[in-house]
Design a protein around this ligand. Sequence first.
Ligand code: NAP
Length: 336
Amino acid sequence: MQTIELGRTGTQVSRLALGAMQMGNATSEPDSIRILDRYTEVGGSFIDTADCYEWWAKRDSRGGESEELLGRWLRAGNRREQVFLATKGSALPHYSPDLWAADGTPDWELARRTFAGAGAKTLRDALDGSLRRLGTDHVDLYYIHVDDKGTPLEETLEALAGLVAAGKIRYLGWSNVRTWRLERIRGLCERNGWPLPVAIQQQHSYLRPKAGLESASIVGAEQLDYLRDHDDQTLVAYSPILKGVYASAAKRTGHWMMANYAGPDAGARIAAVEEVAAEAGVTPNQLVLAWLMHQTGPRVLPLIGPRTTQQFEEALPALDVKLTGEQLDRLDAAGA
Ligand SMILES: NC(=O)c1ccc[n+]([C@@H]2O[C@H](COP(=O)([O-])OP(=O)(O)OC[C@H]3O[C@@H](n4cnc5c(N)ncnc54)[C@H](OP(=O)(O)O)[C@@H]3O)[C@@H](O)[C@H]2O)c1
């Protein structure tokens, strides 16, 4: 698999990152292992998880199932040195039975109000928990999962710098974060000599968020502009195929993911995806992944989250799709 430099660190990571969010829950352990084995077999190395994955999948979960499964897989094959391992902290809610309604639906409002956050001690403890579950003494990349405005950035950054100095983390990342916060983080790191986050993990795909949408999680025009000018931070795009909504009108209809996108602009862009995908002889999901990997300003590293082995296999051909300049222009121009 092709590689891409993470930020300007000199470290190469695979062009397509693999998300383990559903592993150990919606994706069974045997299927997860098949996906992980295949990913490394085809040269993939960049694996993504979080301490909170996936508490919301199962009543009474404390999260950590994904990290535990990865820990077993890494140990079984002695694979730790072959992978670039990323995890995250700050978004595990304080446990309460009220986190699930009677029918098992998670209460995201309550979860957001009780996130662990990015306080110094919270992060140190969370990372130790992640390292224990993953069965390793360090992670390659550690993200603040949800930007925490309730903790002074100085406290978070100093704690992270200490964890880097202690050898428990190689590189830092930030997720679900607004652009002005990225600039503030940059200024504090420069002034204090703290390590700068080199990966920014945001929801990003080919569809554009609908007009007026305010979100710390979804990349908008301003954030793209910022990251274009700051290529020491790589945009890691989560939900790159927006949960597969490009696959068919049936999948899109009523899908919660469309709430932030639906409208004439999305309609025009989906039509463009379907047209170019048909020309290129690939599926719409593959076309979107390929389009993301063709981006240069800023560079984009898609982070896929296949639930099944079949979905994983379907993503792979995207690595070989070559789009012409004319096709890229047409895709860029599409919209309302
Ligand atoms: N930082 C954050 O806050 C954050 C948030 C979300 C995710 N992430 C990370 O990003 C990773 C990927 O995110 P994601 O799971 O949202 O990405 P995604 O790849 O956009 O969505 C995964 C879903 O797409 C659907 N899918 C995949 N292949 C398909 C195909 N060929 N045809 C139709 N549908 C297909 C499946 O839906 P069905 O289950 O309906 O089949 C699957 O569950 C996660 O594993 C996690 O590591 C981070």
